[in-house]
Design a protein around this ligand. Structure first.
Ligand code: SF4
Length: 328
C-alpha cells in the first residue's frame, strides 16, 4: 500500500497562490484602462499569495500592495546604471558557487533555493542565475574549510520555501561545523503565508545549538496583520531576535505617515526595524526609485517622530564594498 504523504497547511495554502495574469486581473476587477498598463508575460512570473491579493483594493492600479507584485509596463523602461546584477552577486560567488556568496567578513550568504512565497517586482535577484543545484554539499564543504565564517545567512529565493525535512537536514549539517555560531533567516514568506511559522519550524529553532536571528522583509503596514504579527511573536518566544528590513519604494511606502505606521507596528510588537534599503538598481525596477534627497527628508522626519531604537538605518548596498553604506 502506498504511504500517504500529508502536506503541511502552509504548503497547501501556497499551492493556491495567484500565478496567472488572467486570474489575478479578474480577481482585482481591473478595467481595460488599467489592464493596458500591465504585462501579461514576464521573465519573472506572477506569484502572489491569496492573503496579499486579498489586501489589494479592487480596480486600483496604484494600490501599494498591488504595485509590489503586479507586473507593469513600466518594467520595460530602462536607464543607464540599471543592470542585471545590481549588488555584485556574481563577483561574490565563493569558489564559483552560485549558492554561496561571501561579501563581508564573519558571515556568508547561503542560497538553498530560488523559490519564494511571492515574486516582488523590485527584487534584486529577479535576474539571478541560481543554476540547477539539487544539493549544497559543495557549499557546506567550502564553509567547513573557512573558519573565518561564524554566521550563515539563509537567503534566496526564500529559505522558508524549503520543506521541514530539507531545512532540518541543512540546519543539522550547519550545526556540525564547529566555527559556526549564528544562523540568520532573511525571509518574506510569513508576510504572505504566516502559517509557515508552525510548531515544526519553532521546534527546529528551539532544538538548535546555533543562535538564530530572524529578519523579516515587510514594506507596508497593511502587510503586518494580526496573523503575521502573531507568527513573529511565536518566534520571539523562542528567544530569537526578530528584525525587519524594508525597501523604500515609490508609490508603496515613500510617505512619512506610511513609514511611521509600519515602524510603530514593528516596535509595538517587539520587532526591531533594521534596514530601510535604497532601491537596488536592477533592470525592470526603475519605476520604484525614490531620489536620495526625498529619502533623506523622509528619514529626518521619521527621526523626529520615533524613538531612537525605532529608526531603521537607511542603507545602500554597493557592489564590491566590504559593508553596506549607511546613508542615514
Ligand atoms: S521574497 Fe525576497 S527574494 Fe523573493 S522575490 Fe521577494 S524580494 Fe526577491
Amino acid at each position: 500500500m502506498l504511504k500517504q504523504i500529508t502536506q503541511p497547511l502552509w504548503r497547501k495554502i501556497q499551492r493556491n497562490n495567484f500565478r496567472s495574469w488572467e486570474a489575478l486581473v479578474s480577481f482585482l476587477e481591473l478595467d481595460a484602462t488599467h489592464r493596458e498598463k500591465t504585462l501579461k508575460q514576464s521573465h519573472f512570473p506572477i506569484n502572489i499569495p491569496q492573503r496579499l491579493a486579498g489586501k489589494m483594493k479592487k480596480n486600483c492600479i496604484d494600490d501599494p500592495i498591488l504595485r509590489q507584485f503586479l507586473p507593469l509596463e513600466d518594467e520595460l523602461k530602462s536607464e543607464e546604471g540599471y543592470s542585471l546584477d545590481a549588488v555584485g552577486d556574481f563577483a561574490a560567488r565563493k569558489q564559483g558557487s552560485s549558492r554561496l556568496l561571501h561579501k563581508y567578513q564573519d558571515r556568508a550568504l547561503l542560497i538553498p533555493t530560488s523559490a519564494c512565497a511571492m515574486h516582488c517586482r523590485y527584487c534584486f535577484r529577479q535576474h539571478y542565475e541560481y543554476g540547477a543545484v539539487d544539493n549544497i554539499d559543495k557549499e557546506l564543504g567550502i564553509i567547513t574549510n573557512d573558519s573565518s565564517i561564524h554566521e550563515i545567512i539563509l537567503s534566496g529565493g526564500d529559505p522558508l520555501s524549503w520543506s521541514h525535512a530539507r531545512l532540518g537536514e541543512l540546519i543539522k549539517a550547519l550545526e556540525e561545523i564547529p566555527h559556526l555560531q549564528r544562523l540568520r533567516f532573511h525571509t518574506r514568506f510569513p508576510v504572505g503565508i504566516p502559517e509557515r511559522i508552525d510548531e515544526a519550524f519553532l521546534d527546529m529553532i528551539r532544538q538548535s545549538r546555533l543562535q538564530f536571528w530572524f529578519v523579516l522583509h515587510s514594506n507596508h503596514p497593511l502587510e503586518l496583520d494580526q496573523d503575521v504579527l502573531h507568527a513573529m511573536k511565536l518566534i520571539l518566544c523562542t528567544g530569537t531576535p526578530v528584525l525587519n528590513q524594508s525597501v523604500l519604494l515609490k508609490g508603496v511606502n515613500d510617505c512619512v505617515d506610511t513609514l511611521e505606521e509600519l515602524i510603530r507596528k514593528l516596535v509595538d510588537h517587539g520587532i526591531q526595524p533594521y534596514y530601510l534599503h535604497e532601491l537596488d538598481e536592477i533592470q525592470g525596477a526603475m519605476h520604484f526609485k525614490v531620489s536620495r534627497s526625498n529619502a533623506l527628508k523622509l528619514m529626518e522626519e521619521l527621526q523626529k517622530r520615533l524613538p531612537g531604537y525605532g529608526l531603521p538605518r537607511y542603507v545602500k548596498e554597493e557592489a564590491g564594498k566590504s559593508s553596506k553604506t549607511i546613508v542615514f
